[in-house]
Write a protein that binds this ligand. Structure first.
Ligand SMILES: NC(=O)c1ccc[n+]([C@@H]2O[C@H](COP(=O)([O-])OP(=O)(O)OC[C@H]3O[C@@H](n4cnc5c(N)ncnc54)[C@H](OP(=O)(O)O)[C@@H]3O)[C@@H](O)[C@H]2O)c1
Length: 247
């Protein structure tokens, strides 16, 4: 078993899965959190075990918009033998829900669920796992995005809750200085959601480098932030230069 346990949320597929793979291949023991992608996560762990010749982690299941699920995720990670013995090396807030819907049509229920997923769950998980993170000299990374300070059509619910996550992390980076490092990673247009393929292509045309990056680039950014000994309160943009481009 690896001796550096890490929890990553929403890691059954896409960018989270690429990051979980990188962490497992670096020798960490990864709690691969999912809500519904259980089979994908099991397959990810089986392939990592085969590649690395060891058990590389386990699946943990929770709906992060449900307080009871968040509490039970917290207690199962905190009380795990490896975490009790070594502390927690890293906590990666990656889970997200991204769908376009106009402001007029987006009700409070939808908005609250975004706030729960992007802000409240990261708040509760960071708070509950703080002792374990301190024990290991660990760090926190939140995946935000490049929407900060911009207006994205039909995405006010998403961009504002992600902005809240970014501010939460930066405030904690200050408040927890000397105890736990906290950073953010802001991906550009890396992997399109099903509904945005057309829009995605037009975004890529505006990216100065012509590409924002691959899932593996996000994974290596997370690995860098988790392990850099002096980096804190940093927002690492992996976006091909998109963040300084005028829309
Ligand atoms: N894709 C991009 O190009 C891009 C660009 C900018 C920022 N980002 C950010 O990068 C991160 C990864 O992006 P992605 O596109 O790979 O993410 P994604 O596919 O939109 O979501 C990742 C996972 O979040 C989980 N999730 C959704 N609702 C949940 C809930 N209520 N409780 C628990 N888990 C829930 C889902 O897990 P299950 O599958 O298990 O249900 C999903 O697989 C996200 O934070 C995203 O905002 C991505």
């Amino acid at each position: 078993m690896g001796e550096r346990p890490i929890l990553i949320t929403g890691a059954g597929q896409r960018l989270g899965a690429a990051t979980a793979n990188r962490l497992m291949d670096e020798g960490c023991y990864v709690f691969v959190h999912v809500r519904s992608s259980i089979d994908q996560a099991e397959a990810l762990l089986a392939a990592a075990a085969e590649r690395n010749g060891r058990k590389c982690g386990e699946v943990v299941v929770a709906d992060l918009t449900d307080d009871k699920d968040v509490a039970s995720l917290l207690s199962s990670v905190a009380s795990h033998g490896l975490v009790a013995a070594n502390g927690l090396h890293g906590l990666v807030h990656n889970a997200s829900f991204y769908s376009q819907s106009s402001f007029e049509k987006t009700g409070l229920d939808m908005y609250r669920s975004q706030v729960r997923l992007h802000m409240e769950a990261p708040y509760a998980l960071t708070q509950g796992l703080l002792p374990a993170l301190e024990q290991a000299g660990g760090s926190v990374v939140a995946i935000v995005d490049t929407s900060w300070g911009r207006a994205w059509e039909g995405l006010a619910h998403y961009t504002s809750s992600k902005a809240g996550l970014r501010q939460l992390m930066l405030n904690l980076a200050g408040e927890l200085t000397g105890r736990v490092r906290v950073n953010c990673l802001a991906p550009g247009a890396i992997m399109a959601a099903d509904w945005e393929a057309e829009h995605f292509a037009s975004v890529l045309e505006k990216v100065p480098l012509g590409r924002s990056g691959r899932a593996e680039d996000i994974a290596s950014g997370v690995w860098f932030l988790l392990n850099h000994p002096t980096l804190s309160a940093h927002v690492l943009h992996i976006d091909g230069g998109w963040s300084i481009h005028e829309e």
